[in-house]
Design a binder for this molecule. Structure first.
Ligand SMILES: [Zn+2]
Length: 272
């Protein structure tokens, strides 16, 4: 019974978060928030002694997501959106892990006394979490749907195996709005750049622990959280392609938002 299904999607039945965007919201105003949790490999002074011989780890993917902050800046500029980022290396405290997650602290920091770890959280983790939460709340209070883009990148080779995808769009398949947005975005990318290999919920699952996942729990409706994952081989080995992606990704996202009926106001120019 198709009608019953439509009613269900509209009313947002308890226990099944839709992530917003029932049919009634078509044409609804939306606003973008951009984050970059792994934007740099900076080591704060108070823990610098732990990293004195670990330059290799800091420079590699273990230290940060190469290219992710540049992509985040482009997204924020295109949508006139607030950008929140961390440049403290994930090897000190991982901005994309929840408090208490076994991997929130790395092998360099997890053995520190609890009081020192708490001080690291207070100084280098909580501020960004608080600021993003406030920005999301402000948009919801203004009656708009939140589109949260978290910009990440992944290594082209993982444990000896090449990753064949170029980009990943991570979302929660149970949330209608996120699913619809990622389908529309993937279609726009395929039209603009057919050779680009875009996958959904790969190389990671959108529902794994992370900043976006934490916000989904707080906001069962009105919030769409997408993690963008870009292959670092473009950043390191194919700079012209990466620069084209920096233009293509915001433009195709803008088109996809329009496709699913959300109105973000200032849209970037179409992909060339
Ligand atoms: Zn990341």
């Amino acid at each position: 019974m198709a009608d019953a299904h439509a009613v269900q999607a509209d009313s947002g039945p308890p226990g099944r978060p839709s992530g917003g965007l029932p049919d009634g919201l078509r044409g609804h105003a939306a606003a973008v928030v951009v984050t970059c949790e792994h934007g740099g490999n900076r080591v704060p002074l108070e823990v610098a002694h732990l990293f004195s011989t670990e330059g290799d780890h800091l420079a590699g993917h273990g230290g940060y997501d190469a290219g992710a902050l540049e992509m985040a800046r482009a997204l924020a500029a295109a949508f006139n959106a607030p950008l929140f980022f961390s440049t403290v290396t994930r090897l000190v405290v991982d901005q994309n892990r929840s408090i208490g997650h076994p991997k929130q602290f790395s092998k360099y920091t997890k053995g520190l006394p609890q009081s020192v770890r708490q001080a690291l959280l207070d100084a280098h983790y909580q501020p960004m979490r608080r600021e993003v939460l406030a920005a999301v709340n402000d948009i919801l209070k203004a009656g708009k749907t939140v589109i949260h883009l978290a910009s990440h990148s992944f290594v082209p080779v993982w444990r000896g195996a090449a990753r064949t995808m170029d980009m990943g769009l991570l979302y929660d398949p149970r949330r209608d709005g996120e699913r619809a947005l990622c389908a529309a975005w993937k279609a726009r990318l395929a039209t603009a750049r057919p050779e680009l290999r875009v996958r959904r919920n790969a190389p990671y699952k959108g529902v794994s622990d992370g900043h976006v996942t934490a916000l989904r729990k707080r906001f069962p409706a009105g919030y769409l959280g997408i993690e963008l994952e870009v292959n670092q081989r473009f950043v390191t080995a194919d700079r012209p392609v990466f620069e084209s992606l920096v233009r293509l990704i915001p433009a195709t996202l803008a088109a996809a938002l329009t496709d699913i009926g959300l109105d973000c106001g200032d849209a970037p120019p179409p992909a060339s």
